[in-house]
Ligand binder design. Structure first.
Ligand SMILES: CSC[C@H]1O[C@H](OP(=O)(O)O)[C@H](O)[C@@H]1O
Ligand SMILES: Nc1ncnc2[nH]cnc12
Length: 299
């Protein structure tokens, strides 16, 4: 099976990754069925990458229907140690203007209808979500933003909370004001439980969030529509590709250690041998060492 070091999950408006060579599409078998779309594996500047369109190519899946567990399990099976998530978001703060980019360092999970763990059914673990974003992956995105800047007005905001709603409807005005009162920076519909599952899979995760609108709280701006959000996202799509490529280069050459890589060391309560056999099939791949991928790359 193709192996990858870095996974890129492309959100709204980002259905492929440019510049991949040695491309191979794979349908990974998972205990949770199919991924959102076949995973596109290939190399970017010699670094093995796996790209997954979160909503499928053609944007067929609403946020509640994205098979988050299948997606993360499949990426882990491919050997992925770092995930770059690319996402459209609404801005909840005046200074985060539409077209600006944000690298959140926190998430608030307001989703209600999603399977959000690999555990249960005879296997118990409690991973820490105190710092849900890998600081090193976030840093690689920030460095990539700086390295690809061409004097444009797009600003990067480092840090801030991404509040994840169930969707697919956008928020009511009352909700939007409420999220602002919580101090959240941006609102989206997909990064939870994705980030939780990445942590359970011991994958370092960070998001490049692209502000497309002011949601519906702003006194002088129109309430968001999907049409307007996607139009603004498309203005940033090329830049997002450049940032992702550069971050992949940094991560691929530096291969930093992340606390996420050992998240289960202090979290696993049930010994693997005590788990029911069908559960071991789910959990063992999350515990498997990823080092062989790195060794292969060095030769
Ligand atoms: C079309 S705007 C709303 C849509 O875009 C975001 O998705 P993603 O994070 O995959 O870019 C947002 O969460 C909604 O699903
Ligand atoms: N205002 C908004 N709310 C939720 N998800 C979004 N994605 C882009 N804009 C959004």
């Amino acid at each position: 099976m193709a192996r990858a070091l870095i996974g890129v999950i492309g959100g709204s408006g980002l259905y492929d990754i440019q510049g991949l060579t040695e491309v191979e599409e794979v349908q990974v078998d998972t205990p949770f069925g199919n991924t959102s779309d076949p995973i596109v594996c290939g190399k970017l500047q010699g670094i093995p990458v796996a790209f997954l369109a979160r909503h499928g190519r053609g944007h067929r899946l609403i946020p509640s229907q994205v098979p988050y567990r299948a997606n993360i399990h499949a990426l882990r099976q491919l050997g992925v140690r770092y995930i770059l998530s690319l996402s459209a978001v609404g801005s909840l703060q005046e200074e985060v203007r539409p077209l600006d980019m944000v690298i959140p360092d926190q998430f608030i999970d307001m989703t209600r209808k999603r399977e959000s763990t690999f555990f249960g059914d005879g296997a118990v673990a409690h991973v820490s979500m105190a710092d849900p974003v890998c600081a090193t992956v976030a840093e690689s995105l920030a460095r990539a933003f700086d390295a690809t800047q061409e004097g444009e007005l797009v600003q990067l905001h480092q840090g801030g909370s991404y509040i994840c709603i169930e969707g697919p409807q956008f928020s009511t005005r009352a909700e939007s004001h409420w999220y602002r009162s919580m101090g959240a920076s941006v609102v989206g519909m997909t990064n939870m439980p994705e980030a939780k599952l990445a942590r359970e899979a011991q994958i370092a995760y960070a998001t490049l969030a692209m502000a497309t609108d002011y949601d519906c709280w702003h006194p002088r701006e129109e309430a968001v529509t999907a049409e307007a959000a996607i139009a603004n996202l498309q203005k940033n799509a090329q830049r997002a590709q450049q940032i992702a490529a550069k971050a992949i280069q940094f991560l691929g050459t530096e291969q930093p250690k992340s606390p996420a890589h050992t998240a289960l060391d202090s979290a696993l309560v049930t010994p693997v041998e005590a788990m029911p056999e069908e559960k071991q099939v789910v959990i063992k791949p999350l515990l498997a060492p990823t080092e062989p991928v790195l060794e292969e790359m060095e030769h």
